[in-house]
Every structure is written in C-alpha cells, then in structure tokens.
Design a protein around this ligand. Structure first.
Ligand code: NAD
Length: 291
C-alpha cells in the first residue's frame, strides 16, 4: 500500500518504520526534522497524502488532530482510508470522523495500548471505531504494527475504549503505589509483598508487569530511575480526557477524577518527565498530615 504517516514522534516513528520494513511505501511528515529507515519524508501533509491508499496520524492531542485534518482531508482522494492512532478527546474524534465521511473517506479512530516498546516490537493493541470496511482495510497494517486489533464499534468507540482502559490503569497504579508505601511503613519486605500480591486477588498489570517498586518483578521503568515508559504528562492527559468524557455524558467517576487530581499534583511535585509509576516516590515522601 501507499501510506502517508503524519506524526513521527516516540510512537509514530517505530510504527512507520515497521510498515516500511514490511514492504509498504511510506511517506512521512512531522513538524520536527525526522529520519526513519525506509521512510521517505515529505515537506507538507498535502505532498505526503496525494494519491495514497491510507493515511495514518499519530499526534499529541485533539488540537493537533484538528489542525492536521484541515490539510489532510482535502489532500486525500476518496475512497482512501484515514486511520488516526492518536489518543484524543471524543469531540475532536467525532468531528474529524464526520468531516472525513462527508469527503467520501473511510475513517477509523484506532488509539493504541502498549507504549513505545510495543510500537518498536510491533505488538501494540489497537482499539478501533469506524465502519467494517475501514477496519478491514486497516487490519493488514494492524497485523504489522500490533499483536491485536479490536473493532469496538462506530466512530469514537476506539477512543472511548482507550479512555476507559487508561482510567483503570491510572487509578490502579496509584493504589498499587499506596499499597507499596503502606507496606514499607508496616515493615513488610517488598519482594514478599510482590510475591503475595502478584499471585493473589490484588494482582494487576500495574503490579505484575509494571511494578512501581524498583528491583521487584519484571524489568520496568522503576528499574531505570523512572525514565518513561509512559510519561506522567500522558497519563494526566488521558485522565483529563476521561473527566471530559464523563462530564459530557453525566457519568460518575469518583476514583478516576481523584486519580486525575493526584497525577496533576505529582506533575508539580517532581513528576514531570518521569514515568507515571514514579508516583510511588511522592507517596513514600508524604507526611501523615497529607493523608
Ligand atoms: P510525541 O509527542 O513523541 O509525537 C507526536 C509527534 O507529532 C511529534 O513528533 C510532533 O512533532 C508531531 N506533530 C504534532 N503536530 C503536528 C502537525 N501539525 N503536523 C505534523 N506533525 C505534527 O508523542 P507520542 O509519544 O508519539 O504519542 C503520540 C500519541 O500516542 C499521543 O496521542 C499519545 O497519547 C498516544 N500514546 C502514547 C503512548 C506512549 O507511551 N508514548 C502510548 C499510547 C498512546
């Protein structure tokens, strides 16, 4: 396929590289100057998108998505397929879906889980919203960039799944960190804590795969001085999307909202630039008065 790939940052660059390595013709565009093996770079979105079968976007937020959509949609020729893999607010997602549809394009929101490691290894999970046709067109590309793609429903369903998943992850990580900090103060050995919880009803991805306590469990950002991984800024962003979505539909997210507040606080207390699991450090330092 001829593919335009817009947004070649931490995630987009390895995804584009994998598509090119699998034999697709990939033309990339980014605001920054980027070099990627096998990917030819264009100087404009219109230049990259002209005549392609598929356009993929991997952008920071809904604002960037709306800005790119203005240039991308007129540059694509129907019935090209646009796959947006960014994590964005539901409103931006729905707006660009309807503009793309009006232009005769197939569109899919397909945010991902799996992080930079998953993007590099081609083991991402894609959660998709859009038509059956769009999903079928995108499936062979998901097979290259990922290990699993789930068609969740109509346009916006992929973003909804992503927002809900990350709300669970964000809240679970905080309570995991609280439990390790409490266990420390109770004099419980961290390895014993891990051995019990990882095989008991408290088990979760946050404990078993991404343990926030350094030196415990499989290799994780905590073992690399909390270099991300998944940056606290991104988790705060995703929880803000959950808050906005819950507001829009009148859903009560008591723990999700509290988790969002905690990551925002953490960003002002040493969390900027660190993996979101480093919230353990803030909780370890908390004095009783802060309870
Ligand atoms: P990033 O900031 O590293 O990359 C985004 C890229 O988009 C940058 O290179 C930027 O220059 C480019 N860009 C922005 N506006 C542009 C425009 N108008 N035209 C062309 N290029 C433009 O971000 P990332 O870590 O690659 O994340 C991308 C998306 O994936 C985000 O929505 C994020 O929430 C989501 N995500 C990230 C991770 C992760 O672990 N990093 C995991 C899952 C999902």
């Amino acid at each position: 396929m001829r593919i335009a790939f817009i947004g070649l940052g931490n995630m987009g660059a390895p995804m584009a590289r994998n598509l090119a390595a699998a034999g697709h013709s990939v033309t990339g565009v980014d605001l920054a100057s980027v070099e990627i093996d096998g990917v030819s770079m264009a100087s404009s979105i219109a230049g990259a998108a002209s005549g392609v079968d598929v356009a993929i976007t991997m952008l920071p937020d809904g604002g960037a998505l709306r800005a790119v959509a203005e240039e991308l949609i007129p540059a694509l020729t129907a019935p090209a397929c646009w796959i947006d893999c960014s994590t964005v607010d539901i409103a931006a997602c729905r707006d660009v879906h309807s503009t793309a549809k009006a232009a005769g394009l197939h569109a899919l929101d397909a945010p991902v889980s799996g992080g930079v490691g998953g993007a590099e290894a081609g083991t991402l999970t894609f959660m998709c919203g859009g038509s059956e046709d769009a999903f079928a067109t995108a499936q062979p590309l998901f097979d290259i960039m990922g290990a699993k793609a789930v068609h969740c429903g109509a346009g916006g369903a992929g973003q909804a799944a992503k927002i809900c998943n990350n709300m669970i992850l964000g809240a679970t990580m905080i309570v995991t960190c609280e439990a390790f900090a409490l266990a420390d103060r109770l004099g419980l050995d961290r390895q014993a804590m891990f051995d019990v919880v990882s095989t008991s009803s408290g088990a979760s991805w946050s404990v078993n795969t991404y343990c926030p306590a350094p030196g415990i469990g499989p290799e994780a950002p905590s073992d690399r001085n909390y270099a991300p991984g998944f940056a606290t800024e991104l988790m705060a962003k995703d929880l803000a999307l959950a808050e906005a979505a819950a507001e829009e539909v009148g859903s009560q997210i008591l723990i999700g909202r509290r988790a969002a507040e905690i990551y925002r606080t953490f960003l002002g207390h040493g969390g900027a630039g660190k993996d979101f699991s480093a919230v353990l450090q803030m909780l370890e330092e908390a004095s009783p008065a802060e309870n």
